[in-house]
Design a protein around this ligand. Sequence first.
Ligand code: AMP
Length: 286
Amino acid sequence: MTVEIIKTRQELDSTRSNLAGPIGLVPTMGNLHLGHISLLEASLKDCDNTFITIFVNPKQFGPNEDFNRYPRTLEADIELIKNKAQSFNKNIYIFAPQNPEEIYDQHSNYEIEVIPLSSVLEGHLRPGHFRGVATVVYKLFDLIKPNKAYFGLKDYQQLLVIKNMVKDLLLPIEIIPMEIIREPSGLALSSRNQYLSQEQRDQSLILSLTLNHISNIIENTFTNLDKAQVFISKCLIDKNWNYLEIRDGDTLEMVSKHTKNIVILGVYQLGTTRLLDNKKIELKKI
Ligand code: AMP
């Protein structure tokens, strides 16, 4: 059992070149919670060696977003990871570059453009966000060369962006989607939840409750979609919703007769904090 903390690309290269056997990768921005830990545990179960990366990626934040105040808790993160390495008796390599130049050369001109998922939902509201995500994940894939990489369904659109990138660029990596981990109240765990005041925490429950309610209206059939849309229109009177939409679960296009499963996606904003959540439903055609 080893836990190695790697800060530079050079150290990463030399560590990686000595490893054999299945390699798992869990990319994160740190401030680890049980959502991240569920991804780490899955990799520890599946793989001999696991890399977890902790990097607050400047390229995926817009100019008015929370890059500067994003919680950075590296020491506590390392402790959590060490405990997991011990209980699974496996090797974990923590790649936590302190200097963005370990990832981005000052003179680099090339980025991964995401078409067409970057123009809808999160992509529409956060221009450049998915380009930043895809670019950093591509680089981490290239540096670490994992066999499997673990991503949360919590960031549903991000997961599709990564899956499509792997497919289109023929990357030999299996993407493993992981279920959303929630608080008992239903609120999906997120590093950004700590921005919420107690009052906002109470208000935030509307997000998962609404998604569940819409899911109950739809009841696994196509027939009730109209009813669900009427309910959504009423919800959207509340201007805290950035969006609340029913989409095709595979493409994020509008639901059509080709749709096999659907996803309800919502972002509810409290103050400056945007809370993302979604719920997927397999449709039974009747
Ligand atoms: P982040 O550190 O927010 O970039 O997240 C790193 C990874 O953890 C991403 O694949 C997220 O989708 C995943 N993740 C974040 N929150 C949760 C959650 N509540 N349940 C499951 N996975 C999550």
